[in-house]
Ligand binder design. Structure first.
Ligand SMILES: Nc1ncnc2c1ncn2[C@@H]1O[C@H](COP(=O)(O)OP(=O)(O)OP(=O)(O)O)[C@@H](O)[C@H]1O
Length: 406
């Protein structure tokens, strides 16, 4: 058993390790929310968005823009960068442009988005007590009495649409009918390409007056992005080019995701620091890859609903030691687990959907095979290490007792 003294000694060691370390000169520049002064390989998108928004400097409402592309392709960074430059220009010219950035994963209800819109016009609305329609009316009134052009960025817009539908978007894109002294222009950002296809055509056409697609970066571009950041983040003697190209190559394996590349570099540096090393090595990058993957898988599993966890637990049990199983066997085992803990099971069809979702999330692999006249089935195997799944499922008090087979 560890004593308070042991724990305090461990902490002392960690603190002095970090204080001694001179791996980083400024680790903040590797954080996901840091907006760098230059965004290499996005010159074209910066110029295009800049020219779309520029009419606001002459008092015209810029076209609405719908920006989409896979994660880590620079959509948020480019948008914030262009808006900041535009705002600075407006201040220089003595113009009043209101800009409002809202991430709808964080502000995920229509009411909260309206609260934030109102805040950007300096109007404080109550958190409760008035209807959404009333809140919207007050916001429009405040904006119109202030006047000017408002540029609203709705980032991760898919979260709002999935939760609340597209009513607010529709109203915002039609707000011109209700405003006399002001205009609203919207930039919607998403990485959910399917959402774009499924969107109501009337909203898609008004929101996407102009559409911009951000392509993934290739490994060479990622390397270039990393080099420039690494120069600001690391002590020059603590990192070499082979570490940076490894991070770029690993991040480009799925799709060129700059966030993943930067995370790898930052976590590799942190591991080197924790280990008391004076340089970041390729070995630290591989360790970082494992650590990030563990965190990702752990988080996905932890936030899954109970029945998805039970399905995953069934797959884990039936494929122990690297085996394979089928949808039918998973369903039978899953039902036995439900009766063990005294809850009602969901239908086989739903279990089949859950298997599809686990496959999409990269937790399992499910290949459809034909069994001739017996129809089709899926051959299922685990796609992530068993120990991460066991450790995460054990954290759920409902499931803990079911995991005592070993
Ligand atoms: N061209 C670039 N140069 C420098 N850094 C970049 C570049 N593109 C992206 N980044 C950095 O990569 C990280 C992710 O970028 P960003 O948040 O803009 O991606 P995104 O496309 O909005 O992703 P998501 O859809 O997941 O929100 C940020 O830290 C950003 O600063």
């Amino acid at each position: 058993m560890s004593t308070d003294n042991d724990v305090s000694a461990v902490l002392d060691k960690v603190f002095s390790q970090i204080l001694k370390s001179n791996i980083f000169i400024n680790r903040e520049v590797l954080r996901p929310d840091y907006i760098p002064d230059e965004l290499p390989h996005r010159e074209e998108q910066i110029a295009k968005l800049g020219s779309i928004l520029a009419p606001s400097l002459r008092g015209y409402r810029p076209s609405n823009v719908f920006i989409y592309g896979l994660t880590g392709t620079g959509k948020t960074a480019v948008t914030k960068y262009v808006i900041k430059k535009l705002y600075n220009k407006a201040v220089e010219l003595g113009l009043d442009i209101i800009h409002c950035y809202i991430n709808t994963r964080q502000d995920d209800t229509t009411y909260r988005v309206i609260l934030r819109l109102a805040e950007c016009t300096n109007l404080r609305l109550p958190f409760t007590g008035i209807s959404t329609a009333e809140a919207y009316r007050r916001f429009l009134r405040a904006l119109d009495s202030r006047g000017g052009i408002m540029i609203v960025v709705l980032d991760e817009i898919d979260f709002l649409i999935k939760r609340q539908g597209d009513e607010l978007l529709y109203r915002l894109t039609r707000s011109g009918d209700e405003l006399h002294n002001s205009k609203i222009s919207i930039i919607g950002i998403t990485n959910d390409l399917k959402l774009v296809e499924d969107l109501d055509p009337r909203v898609r056409s008004s929101l996407g007056e102009i559409e911009m697609v951000f392509p993934p970066y290739n490994a060479i571009q990622l390397e270039d992005i990393l080099k420039r950041r690494a120069k600001m983040a690391f002590n020059p003697n603590a990192i070499d080019n082979s570490v940076i190209s490894l991070c770029a190559a690993l991040a480009a394996r799925e799709h060129g995701d700059a966030r993943r590349a930067l995370d790898l570099l930052r976590v590799a540096g942190e591991i080197a620091e924790r280990e008391g090393s004076t340089v970041v090595t390729r070995d630290h990058v591989y360790k970082a890859l494992k650590e990030i993957e563990r965190d990702r898988v752990g988080e996905v599993i932890m936030t899954m609903p109970l029945h998805s966890k039970l399905v995953l637990l069934s797959i884990l049990y039936l494929t122990r030691g690297g085996g394979k199983t089928t949808t039918g066997d998973v369903y039978t085992y899953y039902k036995s687990l439900c009766s063990k803990i005294g809850i009602e099971s969901v239908t086989q069809r739903r279990v089949s959907d859950i298997i599809g979702e686990l496959d999409m999330a990269g937790i399992i692999t499910a290949k459809v095979i034909s069994r001739g006249r017996y129809g089709k089935t899926r051959i299922i195997s685990l796609a992530v290490p068993e120990d991460i799944v066991i450790k995460t499922l054990k954290e759920d008090p409902y499931l803990e007792p079911l995991l005592s087979w070993d």
